[in-house]
Design a binder for this molecule. Structure first.
Ligand code: KIV
Length: 282
């Protein structure tokens, strides 16, 4: 399969059934290989890195250097999927110059596009990125980098004003030149309104089934942690449970002397054993 490109993704607007877009996060080489082999259209090196890999409580702690480091690991696997890297908090809020320089670090690390959070207020930054030939994916609704301003991870756009503001933010992002928009944590009907109002794909997370595609966090999908996940997450595996059980078996095999076996060990030749006076050794 050829490498997925930004124009390919844009063409999925209005796609249904098997053509719906799928984006899954990955932060390292084995994760990226799994996501790519499974056939996702896009790999997102999300700032969720902070919470699912680095152990922080929110996404605000992660830096451009962290995202670049993990983007490079994903990129080394040469996936067919388009690599989208998140611009972390404060990397695109201070000045246009800093925004473009920070995005360039992610492109040089191997990203094909960047994603940033927010609506109209981000337009000058988005225009500057596009004029530096950096494709931009928008992200509106529940934007985790606004956790303090929003007062927590709360579903957004639940009233008439919220819904119409979201539609107008999506139109502004489309007009500025974003090639796709993530819609996070909004009622299904509002996601549907946004999706029919713009000519670029919407990728939903906690935004119902009527978006042009869906995104989920790899570690949630595979059950890497034994924890309660939000209701929009569907876990398809229980890696934590299976991992703990495999590791406990290993620990018990070491302690009961059954690991390593002869098949799992190396031995001297009989001549060398003899020369060393190790009679009886294999
Ligand atoms: O960082 C991330 O994983 C994201 C997705 C939740 C869309 O932004």
């Amino acid at each position: 399969m050829p490498k997925s490109t930004v124009p390919d993704i844009r063409e999925h607007k209005g796609a249904i059934g098997s053509k719906r877009l799928v984006m899954i996060t990955a932060y390292d080489a084995p994760g990226a290989r799994m996501v790519d082999e499974a056939g996702a259209d896009m790999i997102l090196v999300g700032d969720s890195l902070a919470m699912v890999v680095l152990g922080y409580e929110d996404t605000l702690q992660v830096t451009v250097e962290d995202i670049a480091h993990h983007t490079a690991a994903v990129s080394r696997t040469k996936p067919e999927a388009l690599i989208v890297a998140d611009l972390p908090w404060l990397s695109y809020h201070i000045s246009i110059e800093e925004t473009v320089k920070n995005a360039a670090k992610l492109i040089r690390a191997g990203a094909n596009a960047i994603k940033l959070e927010g609506g109209r207020r981000r337009i000058p930054m988005i225009e500057a990125l596009l004029s530096a030939e950096i494709p931009v994916m928008g992200h509106i609704g529940l934007t985790p980098q606004s956790i303090n301003a929003m007062g927590g991870f709360k579903v957004q756009a639940r009233d008439t004003k919220g819904a119409t503001d979201l539609v107008s933010a999506a139109k502004a992002l489309e007009h500025a030149g974003c090639f796709a928009i993530v819609l996070e944590g909004v009622p299904s009907q509002v996601a549907s309104m946004v999706t029919t109002s713009v000519n670029i794909p919407t990728i939903g997370i906690g935004a119902g089934p009527e978006c042009d595609g869906q995104v989920l966090v790899l570690h949630d999908l595979l059950g890497f942690e034994k924890k309660i996940t939000p209701k929009f997450v569907r876990s398809y595996a229980q890696f934590h449970v299976e991992g703990v059980s495999a590791l406990s078996e290993f620990i018990s095999d070491v302690r009961n002397g059954s690991f390593p076996s002869e098949d799992e060990s190396y031995f001297l030749s009989s001549e060398t054993s003899e020369e060393l006076g190790l009679y009886g050794a294999m």
